[in-house]
Design a protein around this ligand. Structure first.
Ligand SMILES: Nc1ncnc2c1ncn2[C@@H]1O[C@H](COP(=O)(O)OP(=O)(O)OP(=O)(O)O)[C@@H](O)[C@H]1O
Ligand SMILES: [Mg+2]
Length: 308
């Protein structure tokens, strides 16, 4: 659905994006994650036909973003990172303006505007001036604008930025609904945990380079090469500590009285063996589990270049 090959953008000697390749399939919700200045907006502007590449190509819905601009524009709904202020325009007029720009006939526009307003929960603000809406409402209106021509692909540059926690949750619920409607979505953010629970794929970009991309679990696993295991005991056991401390695949063992946490470099079979050995040693273990990767930590690690 979205395919990027060798996208590079240079500003004189500065390389903003460097040889980016990316594939996003139909129905994917792809999280494009990176710190400030990583190259997210640059890539998004290229995909939305607003920026010429130094080199490289991309296709959306089979259309070339450099050669089939009209077809690409019809295939995408784009929410930029900045929301322009439209002085003196009412909510419905704002949507009508874009629906007209997309050539939708007058007879169909009213029903369509009602539908998208209902979807983003702004029906009650139909006749309010756009600049009189709260930030969260403006973001939702901006999302509504991307939907008026019913595009198969949505490209959203930080749609949740500047929103309070409640508005973020509402924005997420709205995006889930769009996902269920079968839209292919590319969404950018600085915050990995914010996206990881509802994207099926993510890509991490830093200083213009894609460091990792693919299904969320795979990316997180590739970042965290060692799994982390936690064991809890019913009472303190020196034997358990000795066994773990001498195990060749155990690293960074930390122990509290009745709790151990460590990195384990083995595969599934090795974990099984460790579990078996601990059990047969008759230790007072009440809980043994792999701990979920801490996404924030994983993101910090990869963007610091500790893991390539
Ligand atoms: N017109 C321009 N001229 C020169 N440098 C630019 C231009 N536009 C962007 N850049 C640089 O390209 C790099 C990538 O910027 P970009 O806006 O794509 O980052 P971003 O990942 O969207 O960051 P943010 O999270 O802050 O939105 C930055 O270092 C930026 O300063
Ligand atoms: Mg940006």
């Amino acid at each position: 659905m979205i395919k990027i090959r060798g996208f590079t953008k240079r500003y004189e000697s500065f390389i903003a994006v460097d040889g980016l390749d990316l594939d996003i399939d139909q129905g994917d919700v792809f999280g494009f994650i990176g710190p400030n200045g990583a190259g997210k907006t640059t890539t998004i502007r290229f995909l939305t036909t607003l920026l010429k590449p130094s080199t490289g190509q991309a296709w959306i819905n089979g259309h070339s973003v450099t050669q089939q601009v009209d077809q690409v524009k019809r295939s995408i709904g784009f929410m930029p990172d900045m929301f322009g202020v439209y002085d003196g325009m009412k909510v419905w007029e704002f949507l009508d303006f874009f629906a007209t720009a997309y050539g939708l006939p007058r007879g169909k526009r009213r029903a369509l505007i009602d539908d998208v307003l209902d979807l983003v929960d702004l029906t009650h603000k139909r006749d309010t001036l756009v600049n009189g809406l709260s930030r969260g409402m403006q973001q939702r209106l901006c999302l509504a604008k991307t939907l008026v021509h019913d595009p198969p692909v949505l490209i959203l540059d930080e749609p949740a930025s500047g929103l309070d926690p409640r508005a973020r949750v509402e924005m997420k619920a709205l995006l889930r609904e769009l996902q269920k409607m079968g839209k292919t979505i590319l969404i950018s953010s600085h915050i990995l945990p914010e996206l990881a629970d509802f994207c099926n794929k993510i890509g991490i970009i830093e200083r213009g380079k894609l460091l990792a991309a693919g299904p969320v679990k795979d990316v997180i696993r590739s970042i965290r090469q060692n799994r982390v295991i936690k064991i809890m005991l019913s009472h303190p056991s020196e034997a358990c500590e000795v066994m773990l401390a001498h195990h060749p695949q155990v690293r960074n063992l930390s122990s509290a009285e009745m709790e151990f946490k460590f990195e384990f470099s083995g595969n599934d079979e090795d974990v099984q063996k460790l579990h078996h050995d601990l059990m047969t040693a008759n230790l007072p273990i009440v809980w043994f589990a792999e701990v979920e990767a801490d996404l924030e930590e994983a993101f910090m690690k990869i963007t610091k270049g500790l893991v390539a």
